[in-house]
Structure formats: C-alpha cells, structure tokens
Design a protein around this ligand. Sequence first.
Ligand SMILES: Nc1ncnc2c1ncn2[C@@H]1O[C@H](COP(=O)(O)OP(=O)(O)OP(=O)(O)O)[C@@H](O)[C@H]1O
Ligand SMILES: [Mg+2]
Length: 372
Amino acid sequence: MTVDTLELRDFKIHRSASLRFAGGLNYLVGGNGAGKTSILEAIHYLCVGKGFSTTPDADNVRFGERAFDIQGDIDAAALHQTRVRYDAEEGKRRYFEDGKEIAKLADLFGKYPLVLLTPDDLALTHGYATDRRRFFDAVLAQSSKTYLNVWTRYNRAAKQRSALLSSLKERFNPRLEDELDAWSERIVEDGVELIRRRRRFVEEFTPYVERAYRETMLDEEQPSIAYRTFDVPDEALVDEFRRRLNEAREDERRRAQNLVGPHRDDYEFGAGGLPLRRFGSQGQHKTFQVALRFAQFFFLKERLGRTPVFLLDDVFGELDKTRAARISAYLKRVGQAFVTLTDLADFSFLETDENDRVVVVEKGAATAVSER
Ligand SMILES: Nc1ncnc2c1ncn2[C@@H]1O[C@H](COP(=O)(O)OP(=O)(O)OP(=O)(O)O)[C@@H](O)[C@H]1O
Ligand SMILES: [Mg+2]
C-alpha cells in the first residue's frame, strides 16, 4: 500500500499544501517547526482516521481558521480517495472514503495499516508498564480483530467494575454485590483470553524483533522479551485469576480499583542477556525502540498481507553514523516510508534513488512545500 498524494488545508502550520509522494522513501527535510511532523500526522489521519498525538482535533485547525481538511489518494488493493475534515463549529471530525462517509473508525480495520516511529518511543524502553502494554495491545489489535474486540470488552467491564467498587465503598448493597460478582467473572473470562493471546504473540513477535535488531546492531547481541503476568501455565489461569481477586478483595474495595488482571501486566526487554531498563546504554535503548517498530512493520505486513505505511519521525537522532547508515539501508527494504530530517547536510550517508523523493518543508506565510 502507498499514499500517493496529500492535500492539506488549514492543518496545523500548513495553510495549503499539495504533495505527490514516491513509492519508496520520502524524506521530509526542513528546520525545526517547519511542519514536518505535521505532514506525518496528516498521513496518520488519512490511514487511521485520527491524529497520533493527544492534541484534540480543534487544536490542529490552523490558528484563526475554523476547519481543517486533509485529502489523499491511497493505493491499497484499489485506489481510494480518502478525506478527513474537522469543523470547529460542528465540533466533529468526519472520515470519507471515495466520497462516502465512514461513521465507525473500527470499520477501517486492517485497510490502511500504518506503523509510526516517534521520539515518544523513548517511553517503550525507558517508561512505565502502561507504555509497553499500549505498544503490544496496539500491534495485537492491528493484527487481530478478535483481540481488539476482547480487549475493548475487557476494558469496558473493568470500568463498570471499578464504578461498582466505588459505589460499594460508599455503602453496602446486596444487589450490587451480585453485580460485582458477575463483572468479576467477565473480567476473568476476557482477561484470561487476553493473557493467552499476548503469550502466543510474544512468542511469534520475538523473532521479528531479533531480525530487526540484528539489522541495526553491529554485534551479535540478542534481544529478548519476557511477558510478565500470572506465573502459572495457560490452563491454570482462570483459577489463579479468581484466587488473586479473592485475595485482593479488601484492597480493591478500599481503593475502589481493579487491582488484579492483565491491565497491570508488563513486558521486560533484555539486550545481551541483561535487563535493558537497568543496564542498557542510550544506543541500546534506541536500537531496541527502532527494532520494535521494524518488527511491527514486518509482522503486520505478513499477518495482514498488506504492506503498512511507515512513518519515521526523527529516527536518526542520537544514533551514530554507522547505525544510522544501517537503518537507512534497512529502510530500503520496507516499501514506502516517510522520514523526517532536520538538516540534510548532516545526512551524507543517505543514498537516494529514483524511487525516493526529498520534500523540502519550509516555514512561511504560505508554508511552501516543494519537491526537488
Ligand atoms: N493549529 C496550529 N496553527 C498554526 N500553527 C500551528 C498549529 N499547531 C501547531 N502549529 C505550529 O506548527 C509548528 C510545528 O510543526 P511540526 O511539529 O510539524 O514541526 P517540525 O518540522 O516537525 O519541527 P521539529 O523539527 O522541531 O520537530 C510549530 O511551530 C507550531 O507552533
Ligand atoms: Mg517534528
């Protein structure tokens, strides 16, 4: 799949821009604040239906305007014209495909797969369990509709359950007690399903990470991923989950929180046999983060039978020249990718050919975006 064109109107810093992309690597080059990341986010809007930051849509409308409009042609099995429009007065974002509105973004499942590497990926290896769960849940949800459904149901049930715990904390109510038991059974059933799927996933995904890591690292160091959850085999998970819920009964009521379940699990990364979080160098961290994104890319490609679009925001920061050159060579094998660079002069190691394109992004009243 490729994103062939992009038209922006009043999106962030861009008043109006019209771009044609190459099927290979598209380098977006420009100074800080020129609008490179904004172009990646616009592509994200077209493929996923929403932005990638926590910024609300309203803040993505160019200051002083009332609506943004993003349009683009995507070649995925067939050519589709996609469009995202947000109007501040209406307060609503709308997604269109070939002129027809798609009301539920879930209907886009698997259609325009996308992998995004951003400087925020720091959190994958340096951050908290939440950051790592978010990554794994996202890849699982991108590759399996069933996972997405079970995950959604589990989180809904967990929310209901914590609301009930709050009510029960205020006063005893036998009817609510029964209801709580019912929700507990729901989170056990779906929670165990999530754990089993995550276990299987880590096994399948690890070879992809190993391959990607080898491509970017020079030495023979092995990466590893360990999924930390209930320490019992699959068939004992249901009993263990119930037992832990029982054990946590008083605590859960006191704190009015779900204290047990896969929403608290973690993934532990290792490099060369040592826990990355405690012993990893900056370069090892960065290599691991990059490897996770390349692994996501190739995993989805095989699973979905469709090549994802790869967005890489500032991937070369913090890397030495050798490693950057290796990543750049590795990128030649992915298909279409969008790569932001702050200063072309520093990137003499890049080799571009006729499948690639350099797009210069400049700040200015009209924010001219030119090709060369
Ligand atoms: N709604 C908006 N209207 C106008 N300008 C905006 C809006 N939202 C963000 N900006 C501006 O757009 C610029 C950010 O653009 P962007 O993040 O795409 O830059 P960049 O080229 O990726 O820069 P860097 O190299 O620093 O990452 C900022 O200067 C910001 O002030
Ligand atoms: Mg940027």
